[in-house]
Ligand binder design. Sequence first.
Ligand code: NAP
Length: 257
Amino acid sequence: MKTFGCIGCGNMGSAILGGLNSQEDITLIGYDPSGNVPCTACDSNIELAKQADFILLAVKPDYVESVLKDIQPALTKDKVIISIAAGVSMETLTKYSSGKCPVVRCMPNTPAMVGEGIFAFCFEDPSLTEEQQTAVHTMFEQLGQVMVLPESKFNAFTAIAGCGPAYVLYFIEAVAEAAVSVGFHRKEATEMAINLFKGTTKLADESDHHISVLREMVCSPGGVTIAAVNHMDRTAIRGNIIDSIFKAHDRGIEMSK
Ligand SMILES: NC(=O)c1ccc[n+]([C@@H]2O[C@H](COP(=O)([O-])OP(=O)(O)OC[C@H]3O[C@@H](n4cnc5c(N)ncnc54)[C@H](OP(=O)(O)O)[C@@H]3O)[C@@H](O)[C@H]2O)c1
């Protein structure tokens, strides 16, 4: 039986605890100053760190230093710190935990809140054992897709999958606006737009055809869809989407300096 402790049970911490809740070989504990914890609550971060084998740091990045300094006396090589704090490097995590236990950097995205997240993991700490790495990988697989990446790829991952939910929601909003414009009620329009994305991603996921082939299948010769797709090509929608993601990537690199 492993004990998984979550420090900071806000949006992301609670979502991860919720996703791990069904795993029978894990005991879940948490600490949050509000006392709002969706599992067994500890009285303090240090109490949690003493009990937990895996310590999830799910506080805002500004609190990482003080929390790690607080729990340092309880850290040993048998424990693992998993930090989801955006932009906080492996070097910083190791520094504030004084190298007393292995650290893992993780970047989730918001669909993790409904069990469909994409998680990037950096397992580059040399003190992390194979067994600890496998345990982390296995636990998070239940919450969505797990990608093991070098830390140097975290900015790229963030620009695609971390920021990605905002891009997809932006497209859904645009379709809903168009639906309202051609006469659907707002509620109908929003439902239609969401189901359009849900159904299409399921099709893309489950079909044997490549996504480009699936798109071509909707575009009948001389038909209505090709008229829309031609307009998208003429107005460089695809190029603008790519450039927008480059902007996010550039900003991530700038912020990590
Ligand atoms: N949400 C996302 O989409 C997302 C995506 C990727 C990564 N992340 C990362 O996930 C982390 C958490 O984000 P979030 O959106 O879940 O934030 P959040 O909802 O604000 O949750 C953070 C929680 O930590 C609590 N807290 C503050 N100080 C603490 C302390 N000393 N010890 C224990 N708990 C403490 C906060 O309590 P109070 O509210 O009372 O201060 C709050 O309940 C951040 O580092 C963020 O960069 C988030």
